[in-house]
Design a protein around this ligand. Structure first.
Ligand SMILES: C[S@@+](CC[C@H](N)C(=O)[O-])C[C@H]1O[C@@H](n2cnc3c(N)ncnc32)[C@H](O)[C@@H]1O
Length: 227
């Protein structure tokens, strides 16, 4: 069944997953420290949070450390789900880690308080279908928060991001070039995000650059139940 659902979607290969996890994830997790949206900073610790495209679980671990007690994560890549499970085991053993697709979330509708997705949406073959799924599983009044790299990011913001990743000094200029062309080059810019993030089931939408980072954040609150 999973194979049918994943048709046309490409998970990170094992070496890609390792490379991302070892070098880049640290820089991405640090981006979360810049999210000062009131909806994020005032989330109740009892909220059920779902991280879509959770990778190796770094963000879930940082949320667990902030006291969030009901965490789920889903990722297409088996290796990353395994890493996420292992990372969360000691800090939150009941956290639920699932291998699966953002485009077919294996959850009932209207049950999650907050959906977070960081750096994953650019990989989804149908970003709208993925966002529709995230909204479907949200409770009315729940928030979706999507972070993605900004194709129009400033050079110094890209440099500071690369600095925060775990690369040896001599590799940083090479990764900076790769980051700007291959990573940011495939992501959204602010105009794309404004045209894309228009779902009528959301209110209080924000679409903004994350200050001093090469990232954009899109967020919104679900208005009503979906059946
Ligand atoms: C750049 S990584 C971000 C990982 C994690 N959010 C973090 O911040 O460390 C992107 C992740 O999205 C996952 N991904 C890509 N396409 C996906 C899809 N259709 N459904 C679920 N996850 C997907 C990849 O396997 C990868 O782990």
């Amino acid at each position: 069944m999973l194979n049918v659902l994943l048709k046309g979607q490409t998970a990170y290969s094992s070496p890609e997953a390792w490379f991302y996890d070892f070098f880049i994830a640290k820089g991405v997790v640090d981006l979360m420290d810049h999210v000062t949206l009131p909806i994020f900073t005032s989330l109740s610790k009892e909220n059920r949070l779902l991280d879509v495209g959770c990778g190796g679980g770094h963000i879930l671990v940082s949320l667990a450390k902030r006291g969030f007690s009901s965490l789920s994560g889903i990722d297409l890549c088996f290796d990353q789900v395994k890493r996420a499970k292992k990372r969360l085991q000691s800090i939150q053993p009941h956290a639920e880690m699932i291998q699966g697709s953002a485009l077919y979330l294996p959850f009932p509708s209207n049950i999650v308080d907050t959906v977070i997705s960081v750096g994953s949406i650019k990989h989804w073959p149908n970003a709208k279908q993925g966002v529709d799924e995230c909204i479907r599983v949200l409770k009315p009044g729940g928030y979706i928060i999507i972070l993605e790299i900004d194709r129009g990011c400033r050079l110094d913001d890209a440099m500071s991001f690369v600095d925060r990743c775990g690369f040896p000094k001599f590799v940083k200029p090479i990764f900076l070039a790769i980051f700007r062309t291959w990573v940011a080059g495939h992501a959204f810019d602010l105009d794309d995000a404004r045209q894309f993030f228009i779902d009528p089931l959301l209110e209080d939408k924000t679409i903004e650059r994350l200050d001093k980072t090469p990232a954009i954040v899109m967020s919104g609150k679900k208005i009503k139940e979906i059946h």
